[in-house]
Design a protein around this ligand. Structure first.
Ligand SMILES: [Zn+2]
Length: 215
């Protein structure tokens, strides 16, 4: 089927047993994609799974953040970076120009945004970097004093007093992989390449961050 404009991204969502309480909270990836006129590879379909053992114990705000987090993976965060030329596997550095500008202006950092290399498959190479498997503050803060450890698209959910926040960095990273607005849920417009089916979903899990009480 050929479409000149993509009007929807379809996502299957389910709450299923994954790994008991703790550990992985959810996992997601795209299952079909299309290329736009600039050559960006964009997701058109995807799937999200949430661990039933954890989902009920999350607060409403954490649950909403978890859904947004997994939706971001469907839309390409950490799953379409390499194919869109903004990340080399195991490099630990996201090289997109928009995200790099946000990394410097929003968080006062030098160079390119740091990507997580710890946590194993599903966490490494698919999130912004945290330290100590999410257990400690990064010391990297935005203009409101919010530490990167509380950002939506790090590999571990903070279960402390602060709810996850969405940074300009994350929104900018979507512009680097073909999105044309600052809205992370905006629908991209593919060209006439048609819809291709990926061989398999690229799964990225979100692991629960250790709480202070567990340290
Ligand atoms: Zn994730």
């Amino acid at each position: 089927m050929l479409n000149s404009q993509l009007t929807t991204v379809s996502i299957n969502a389910s709450v299923v047993p994954i790994d008991m309480a703790g550990g992985i909270l959810g996992q997601a990836g795209y299952t079909a994609f299309a290329f736009d006129q600039s050559g960006f590879k964009l997701a058109t379909n995807g799937t999200m799974e949430f661990d039933s053992a954890d989902f009920v114990s999350l607060t409403a705000a954490q649950r909403e953040a978890l859904v947004l987090h997994e939706m971001a993976h469907v839309l390409g965060f950490g799953t379409l970076w390499t194919d869109n030329g903004v990340y080399l596997n195991e490099s630990g550095e996201f090289t997109g120009a928009n995200a790099t500008a946000a990394w410097q202006s929003e968080f006062g950092q030098n160079g390119t945004p740091d990507v997580e290399l710890a946590g194993g498959p599903g966490t490494a190479n698919g999130h912004w970097n945290e330290f100590d498997n999410g257990a400690g503050l990064t010391g990297i803060t935005d203009g409101l004093g919010r530490d990167m450890t509380f950002e939506l698209m790090t590999g571990w959910l903070n279960v402390g007093p602060e709810d996850p926040f969405i940074s300009e960095l994350t929104l900018a990273s979507f512009r680097d992989i073909g999105f044309t607005t600052a809205n992370a849920t905006a629908v991209p417009e593919p060209g006439t390449g048609g819809v291709l089916v990926a061989g398999l979903a690229v799964g990225m899990g979100w692991r629960r961050r250790r709480s202070l009480a567990e340290k």
